[in-house]
Design a protein around this ligand. Structure first.
Ligand SMILES: O=C(COP(=O)(O)O)[C@H](O)[C@H](O)COP(=O)(O)O
Ligand SMILES: [Mg+2]
Length: 428
């Protein structure tokens, strides 16, 4: 029987074409499987093969992926991987994918293979996106130009804060905290990932009252201010909320991109294009699949997906300085700025356990073309939110002035109090 078996999905002499999507996987073959068979099985199951030999012939278009490279593990994941763990490359023909559909692409390259027995663990580490597939997506509407276009700055990070406690504040208190933070020196108020439309703080009331305080803070400071309101919900409801955000004159929406799903984010992206709204992407739940170095989908790939689908700002970690286990923040941020067939870049958001004492090391690692978000590091300040915002702003200003925190703290009591409270320690 003419046909294909799963051995037909590996050719170590194969050379991918420029139109192929090339994926790098880290695999740990199951006992007795052997690396080449496991690699072929990965290519087979993620394209058009399965465990059994299959008939082809009339009416069959060859959409096979091809495993074409098997290399040593060069990551320092320290997972104690077995000796036959390897890094493989698989080339996928462009025709396998539906242009512009991130769900379908991920159902190929991060679908069944994540759970198949041929490998004990498998991790999608990186993707090299060909022009045809990449440009079938919108990409970011603004990217890092939000700093200049919304806040008129291009020489410092933009600062954000999320009111803490993360949920439970009344609408009125939430807006008050926003005013205190905006007038203390942050540019962006942000909802937390699990604040959406709850009884204690309904979405539309929060939108209207927070923006009223934003206007007051702009008048008082003479600086542009904005608000990352979390529109996360079912897709149709999200579109309703996006329309409300635009109607009330805000510049951004925030979306929990992993829990809403990429199809929903693509739909929101289309509406934001029509309305001229920037998208802030929170990545809550990413660690369910990107934390373990030997299994899942890397944060690097998640960032690539987010940029293609078209978010403008994305949480990418704190280069190990904050409270959350972090991936390769510096490498991911660099990729977000690299050319991607002309698609716009993405502004990285450093967040998670940050406070003024960590700012110098953070900006040494990430540079200043970022958004720096602090929640506890502002609202936990011994003298409250307004002073906490002043302290964070002073720490960022000190970096721009090439001054130490200690020197800056001589003219900033708020920064002095923050350093006395938290020093330069990394919280857990
Ligand atoms: O609420 C916070 C941070 O609050 P705090 O500043 O009090 O720690 C964010 O949800 C985390 O940054 C998410 O993590 P990441 O940014 O890594 O996705
Ligand atoms: Mg949060």
């Amino acid at each position: 029987m003419a046909g294909i078996t799963y051995e037909d999905f590996i050719d170590l002499s194969f050379e991918p074409s420029d139109a192929d999507l090339v994926c790098t996987f880290r695999i740990d073959p199951a006992d007795g499987m052997g690396v080449e068979s496991a690699a072929s099985r990965v290519a087979s199951e993620s394209s058009n093969g399965t465990w059994a030999a299959l008939p082809t012939g009339e009416g069959f278009t060859d959409m096979r992926a091809m495993a074409f490279e098997i290399g040593e593990i060069d990551d320092d994941s320290g997972t104690g991987a077995t000796t036959d763990a390897a890094e493989i490359k698989v080339a996928y023909p462009e025709g396998l994918f539906e242009p512009g559909s991130m769900p379908q692409i991920l159902s190929c390259i991060a679908g069944n293979i994540m759970g198949m027995k041929a490998v004990d663990t498998i991790r999608l580490v990186d993707c090299e996106w060909p022009e045809g597939l990449a440009t079938s997506f919108s990409g970011p509407q603004f990217g890092s130009s939000v700093r200049r276009e919304i806040f008129g700055v291009d020489d410092r990070p933009i600062l954000a804060t999320v009111p803490k406690p993360k949920v439970g504040l009344s609408t009125e208190r939430h807006a008050e905290v926003g005013y205190e933070a905006w007038t203390g020196g942050v540019d962006l108020l942000k909802d937390d990932e699990n604040l959406t439309d709850q009884e204690f703080n309904p979405f539309h009331d929060r939108l209207v009252e927070s923006l009223a305080e934003r206007d007051r803070a702009e008048d008082e400071t003479g600086e542009p201010k904005s608000y990352l309101i979390n529109v996360t919900a079912g897709t149709n409801e999200m579109l309703e909320r996006v329309d409300q955000v635009a109607a009330e004159g805000c510049e951004y929406v925030m979306v929990d991109v992993v829990t809403t799903g990429w199809a929903a984010v693509q739909t929101v992206r289309e509406r934001c294009e029509e309305l001229g709204l920037a998208i802030h992407a929170h990545r809550a739940m990413h660690a369910a699949f990107d934390r373990l170095p030997e299994h899942g989908v890397s944060m690097r790939v998640l960032a690539q997906v987010a940029r293609l689908v078209g978010v403008d700002q994305l949480h990418t970690g704190t280069a190990g300085l904050g409270k959350l286990a972090n991936e390769d923040t510096v490498g991911i941020n660099a990729w977000l700025r690299d050319d991607l067939h002309g698609l716009d870049d993405v502004l990285p958001v450093a967040s998670g356990g940050l406070h003024p004492g960590l700012v110098p090391d953070l900006l040494d690692a990430t540079g200043t073309n970022v958004c720096v978000q602090a929640g506890g590091g502002i609202h936990g300040h011994p003298d409250g939110t307004h002073e906490g915002a002043k302290a964070l702003r002073a720490a960022v200003d000190a970096y721009a002035e090439d001054r130490s925190l200690e020197s800056k703290a001589e003219e900033s009591p708020a920064l002095r109090a923050a350093i006395d409270e938290w020093g330069t320690e990394t919280p857990r």
